[in-house]
Design a protein. Structure first.
Length: 227
């Protein structure tokens, strides 16, 4: 499966994500009309990512967000009580994207080698499809409240555990050689993050998302596969 095929199969848009956020936070938001809420949430998220990229989320004010979206300050507060809650909502939705789809990718295969390939590829493809979400979630994780940060760490550990479990199962079946699979999983995640944190570098080198994913899989298999 290449990236073009992945986009056809995945078939979710930024508006779909905004719809999920709305349904997951109905108790918080004082908006009744779904269409209005979803359209405005899409505007809000897009504006947040642009402002945060230029000057950082902590430097962003609600007035900045109002000017960028064209939504009044009063209307913005109908969606969330303040910046900190908005940050928590984005972080939560960002990790939900990763968790569900890595689980789905892993569940499509029985063979650990194929599971590992699928999980590596899907993570990279998702980060390409939703680059602003991934970049923002990583860069702003340090700014969330301690309780919410624990939830983010828990999710990070969970997604790494998916890789670790695949490697452990593969070792048991004689497909992967023995090793420190938890550390290997951590390094795989770091290499996956390289794509969306330094995408500019690979564009300059004319490396496509398909080439990056395939090369990473080749590197991992060269290290992990039993001879």
């Amino acid at each position: 499966m290449d990236y073009a095929e992945f986009k056809k199969i995945y078939g979710i848009s930024n508006q779909d994500l905004s719809k999920k956020v709305f349904h997951n936070n109905k108790d918080l938001m004082r908006i009744k009309k779904e269409k209005t809420a979803v359209n405005n949430l899409e505007k809000i998220f897009k504006a947040v990512f642009k402002i945060a990229y230029k000057k950082g989320f902590q430097a962003m004010t609600m007035r900045d967000l109002s000017e960028k979206t064209g939504i009044s300050l009063g209307a913005l507060y109908a969606y969330f009580p303040g910046k900190e809650k908005l940050l928590g909502i984005i972080q939560s939705q960002g990790w939900t994207i990763i968790r569900q789809d890595l689980e789905d990718a892993s569940g499509l295969h029985e063979n650990p080698k194929e599971k590992l390939r699928a999980v590596i590829k899907v993570h990279i493809f998702l980060s390409e499809l939703f680059h602003p979400w991934f970049y923002f979630t990583f860069m702003e994780a340090r700014n969330i409240k301690p309780l919410e940060f624990e939830a983010v760490k828990s999710m990070e550990e969970y997604t790494q555990k998916i890789l670790t479990d695949i490697l452990n199962t593969g070792e048991e079946q004689g497909i992967f050689k023995p090793g420190d699979h938890e550390l290997t999983a951590s390094l795989i995640k770091a290499m996956q993050q390289e794509w969306y944190l330094k995408r500019w570098k690979y564009r300059k080198l004319k490396v496509s998302v398909d080439k990056f994913a395939s090369h990473l899989i080749s590197v991992v298999e060269a290290f992990c596969l039993a001879v």
